[in-house]
Design a protein around this ligand. Structure first.
Ligand code: BDP
Length: 495
């Protein structure tokens, strides 16, 4: 049977250099040892959840990354292809700590000296028009939109207005919004102090007709809610950042446990965002701040975490998540110090890894070329839900660290099953599927949770392997998901 979604997946896998070189499709039977835990997932197709935004999978980079105009450039074909493959309608956020230490080369007035702070950039950087022209070409080549952060910390709103206008002139319709300041909670003592410095900037930028978003705060949910109350109507979306913890506290078990406190905060923000009819984006997020944790942020565990995190947020109505990353040099500059060294850079792929921030979804630089990190594959899996309508479902995980998501798109049912359990294989009876027949199954696997390479994201259907997923007369479908792996199922309506 011809299945366009399958063709798309196979094509995607073929484009992934790592997937194709190490590809061996791991099947459930291959990976099973011992009896799996029994779980149930009761989908409630008569109820409707959130609509998943097409912009779900996004990326975030330091403003400093723009210094080399060859990085975000239409000529950087490898990076263009990785962006397009991840999401043809993605959002690139430029910001981070270095945005608050960036000055615009075309601003002619005298600027104050910027004070450096601990764990922040130790100098200012100059952004030139050439970089914005290259960025515009990159956005055109990828189809991505731009969220651009201007320097609030320096306190010169006139420079921010000039830069915002230049960005708009050069990138045109690709500009989704300008944000003012990065994590101002790190340099302003409270929301009122932030408000006092932010307001003149916002007024001046909005007066030019440029769309704004914010507050782009670190972990302050209350700031987002206060901001919505005061300025909701003037914004195109609300934003905050997320990191699970600092790099020294990072571990695979920590990353794979659900951050339920954060989900509760997201629900609070979503009620404010819904009341104002505004999307909410995690404009910068990743596993562990301070550049990420080597051996955690850049291994297969991060793929399972990323897929689960994105779908858990999409289910709660979050429009998009911009995973922060980029070159190690850009992130080290944002921190004002080096980050933990990685394992020996023996071959090209290890060298690409070594020059990249530990949490980045894409590794590499202009000189060495680019490759997807494990997180990229998790994002790709979650992005399959873009444009779908989430459905509620009752999960009984049988004691395993398992999550499950269901959604409808174009009349087809899609289900993601993410087994973050390091020791237990799970067999899941999915119910509530009356009216659906068969469909392909895609697995996300790797040799182990700490694998840096050898990640496989594959679609399987009967044409290739004799395996397809089938719903029985009771509307139940049984899927086995081995420990430390995920599966995505697409079920077509039975006729
Ligand atoms: C965020 C900053 C970003 C840093 C990141 C980190 O916005 O610039 O690179 O933390 O610590 O808070 O990794």
């Amino acid at each position: 049977m011809f299945d366009p979604s399958r063709r798309k997946l196979i094509k995607a896998a073929a484009l992934l250099p790592l997937a194709s070189s190490v590809a061996r499709i791991a099947t459930a039977t291959d990976l099973l040892s011992g009896a799996p835990v029994q779980a149930t997932f009761a989908v409630q197709p008569e109820q409707r959840g959130r609509l998943v935004s097409d912009t779900l999978a996004g990326l975030s980079y330091e403003t400093l990354q723009l210094t080399d105009p060859a990085f975000f450039s239409a000529d950087n074909h490898a990076l263009v292809q990785l962006f397009r493959q991840l999401n043809p309608q993605g959002v690139l956020r430029i910001g981070g700590n270095t945005s608050d230490y960036t000055v615009w080369s075309e601003y002619r007035e005298k600027l104050p000296i910027q004070h450096v702070r601990k764990d922040g950039p130790q100098r200012t950087y100059v952004l030139h028009p050439e970089s914005l022209h290259a960025l515009a070409g990159f956005l055109r080549a990828t189809g991505w939109k731009l969220v651009f952060g201007v320097n609030l910390k320096i306190g010169v709103s006139a420079m921010a207005v000039q830069l915002a206008q230049a960005v708009q002139r050069i990138v045109g319709d690709a500009l989704l919004a300008v944000q003012i300041g990065n994590e101002a909670n790190n340099f302003e003592p409270n929301y009122d102090a932030f408000d006092a410095v932010w307001t003149p900037y916002a007024r001046a930028i909005r007066a030019t007709g440029i769309p704004i978003a914010g507050p782009d705060t670190g972990a302050n949910t209350d700031w987002v809610i206060d901001y919505e109350k005061q300025y909701g109507a003037e914004n195109v979306f609300l934003s905050r950042h997320y990191y699970r913890d600092g790099a020294p506290n990072g571990s695979i078990p920590n990353l794979l446990a659900a951050d339920t406190d954060f989900y509760a905060e997201v629900e609070q923000i979503m009620s404010a965002a819904d009341a104002a009819h505004l999307p909410f984006r995690l404009s910068e997020a990743n596993s562990y701040y301070s550049g990420g944790r080597d051996g955690v942020s850049n291994v297969f565990a991060s793929a399972l975490w990323g897929a689960d995190f994105m779908l858990a947020l999409a289910q709660r109505g979050v429009a998009g998540i911009n995973f922060h990353g980029g070159t190690l040099a850009s992130v080290e500059a944002s921190l004002g110090h080096g980050v933990e060294a990685t394992t020996n850079a023996a071959d090209l792929s290890a060298r690409r890894d070594a020059v990249t921030s530990r949490y980045s979804a894409i590794a590499g630089d202009v000189e060495l070329g680019f490759q997807p990190r494990p997180l990229y594959y998790g994002m790709l899996l979650a992005q399959q839900f873009a444009g779908a309508q989430m459905l509620p479902g009752m999960l009984n995980a049988g004691g395993a660290n398992l999550t499950a998501y269901a959604a409808l798109r174009d009349g087809a049912m899609q289900i993601a099953l993410i087994n973050k359990d390091a020791t237990r294989d799970v067999s899941i009876a999915i119910s509530g599927l009356k009216g659906f027949g068969t469909g392909p199954l895609m697995r996300l696997t790797a040799p182990s949770l700490d694998s840096r390479h050898g990640i496989v994201l594959e679609g399987i259907d009967d044409a290739v392997t004799g395996r397809s997923i089938c719903v029985d007369a009771q509307g139940i479908c049984q899927v086995v998901v081995p420990r430390a792996s995920a599966a995505w199922v697409r079920l077509h309506r039975s006729v």
